[in-house]
Ligand binder design. Structure first.
Ligand code: ARG
Length: 466
């Protein structure tokens, strides 16, 4: 079949050129969006008097039938049509003849592909927002169930201070919550209509861009026709949002890998989420978590790949931009799957309470509490730090916990230490005495659980878009 731009060429395209330029193997993903865009464009052409009623009817019915066939998987893609836009238009021409030739009036594949991709991205952003919401709810379920469990909190991967496991989990809720805000913000800039920009300069025809905008549910028109066809910020922003989601998921995965190692022994992987070894019968491997960590590289790679593609592109559309789709599609698919699995997996983690209690022993995790006790009694913090340090040394040298030191021993280090200190000196009870806003104790945990429950309920309503 003759190419749509064949008019000015004498010889046929080299088969290698054809194969090299083809995007149909991956951009068929955009078929529903391409049809939706074409329908809105055709409706606008009709309203502008650029299509007769008969032509419009034929185009509309033809496009709808093609969409059906593609969705049903019975559409025969002809490799001679390099991309989804040409495939659909060529097929429409085959099916309805002359009226199909008017569909591309005032339109270029440059504004067409930008429109399709924005529609696709917007839909995926909404799906990812929901996936994130579910993962947050899943983390909150575990936090609620384990709300009493005290574990060591770490800095430098060294035991530092006692924290509630729930607080640790809720730290991820905060991260994914910010990820949602970022995605919502990015969605606002994604939701602008390029169509009507034509190849780069607009059109001399009386095209009603705002009509198309309303029909496709965009919030605004892309204001500059040249920017409209060359801008891929929305893809880059989405890839950044996804990269950060993946990085957060990767850190969560790493925490769970540590927790489920024999060395930590803090949690056990459920059979359904463990993988075995082909040689070592005893193994229980955290492949889900390792792959979550591993796939992060791929998602970040997608972001970097498109940043490099766009860098140095002259205005306006350049074919390089066709390379935006595979990284985006892959990153969306990858992150979506990671989030789905993590949300399902987390509630199956079984925490070992005895092991958690044992981990609180021997590390003098209550040493900071002792120093702050002395501060309450008027000692400057630096001196309090020193007193507490000297008692840690004494306890360590004599193989005891801080609370196993006698009152005399403590008073020798500082006369300010009263008998009431023993009420404070148990790492398992420490979180209960954290007093600051957002601290790792039960007060923050209940507050965060209540606040997030409310916010996520509101957000769910707020993001329900048509
Ligand atoms: N397949 C192309 C892409 O994905 C569509 C736009 C082609 N535009 C052009 N002027 N050749 O970017």
């Amino acid at each position: 079949m003759a190419k749509m731009w064949n008019g000015r060429f004498k010889t046929a395209t080299h088969p290698l050129m054809e194969a090299f330029g083809a995007s149909i193997s991956f951009d068929r993903e955009l078929a529903p969006q391409d049809v939706a865009g074409s329908l809105a464009h055709a409706n606008m052409l009709r309203a502008a008097g650029l299509l007769t009623k008969k032509e419009h009817d034929a185009v509309k019915r033809g496009l709808e039938a093609i969409a059906k066939d593609i969705a049903a998987g019975v559409f025969a893609f002809d490799p001679a049509n390099e991309d989804i836009h040409m495939s659909i238009e060529a097929e429409l021409t085959k099916r309805i003849g002359e009226p199909a030739k008017k569909l591309h009036t005032g339109r270029s594949r440059n504004d067409q592909v930008a429109t399709d991709l924005r529609l696709w991205t917007r839909e995926k952003q909404d799906a990812l927002l929901e996936r994130l919401r579910r993962l947050m709810l899943s983390l909150m379920d575990v936090a609620r169930r384990e709300r009493e469990l005290v574990i060591p909190g770490y800095t430098h991967l060294q035991r530092a201070q006692p924290v509630l496991l729930a607080h640790h989990l809720l730290a991820y809720v905060e991260m994914f919550g910010r990820d949602r805000e970022r995605l919502e913000d990015c969605r606002r800039r994604t939701n602008r209509l390029p169509l009507g920009a034509g190849a780069l300069a607009g059109s001399t025809l009386p095209l009603d861009r705002d009509r198309v905008r309303r029909e496709l549910g965009f919030d605004a028109l892309a204001a500059n026709s040249m920017d409209a066809v060359s801008d891929r910020d929305f893809v880059l922003e989405t890839l950044f949002c996804l990269s950060l989601v993946a990085v957060h998921a990767s850190r969560l995965a790493e925490d769970v890998i540590l927790w489920t190692s024999s060395e930590f022994g803090l949690a056990r992987l459920d059979d359904a989420w463990s993988t075995g070894s082909s040689i070592m019968p005893q193994k229980r491997n955290p492949d889900l978590l390792e792959l979550t960590r591993g796939k992060t590289g791929r998602v970040v790679g997608s972001l970097v790949s498109l940043l490099v593609t766009v860098k140095g592109l002259p205005m306006t559309y350049n074919r390089d931009l066709q390379e935006d789709k595979e990284p985006l599609f892959d990153a969306v698919r990858t992150v979506d799957f990671v989030l789905e699995c993590l949300a399902e997996f987390l509630p199956t983690l079984a925490f070992d309470r005895e092991r958690a209690a044992a981990m609180l022993r021997g590390g003098f995790l209550d040493a900071t509490v002792l120093a702050e006790y002395l501060v309450e009694r008027g000692l400057p913090f630096r001196s309090a730090h020193e007193v507490s340090g000297s008692l840690v040394r004494l306890a360590e040298d004599t193989g005891r916990e801080l609370r196993e030191l006698t009152h005399e021993e403590m008073r020798a280090a500082s006369p300010l230490i009263g008998i009431d200190v023993y009420k404070r000196l148990d790492p398992a009870k420490t979180p209960g005495s954290y007093a600051t806003e957002g601290a790792a104790g039960p007060r923050s945990v209940s507050r965060a659980l209540t606040a997030w429950k409310k916010r996520l309920r509101e957000r769910a309503k707020g993001t329900a878009r048509t």
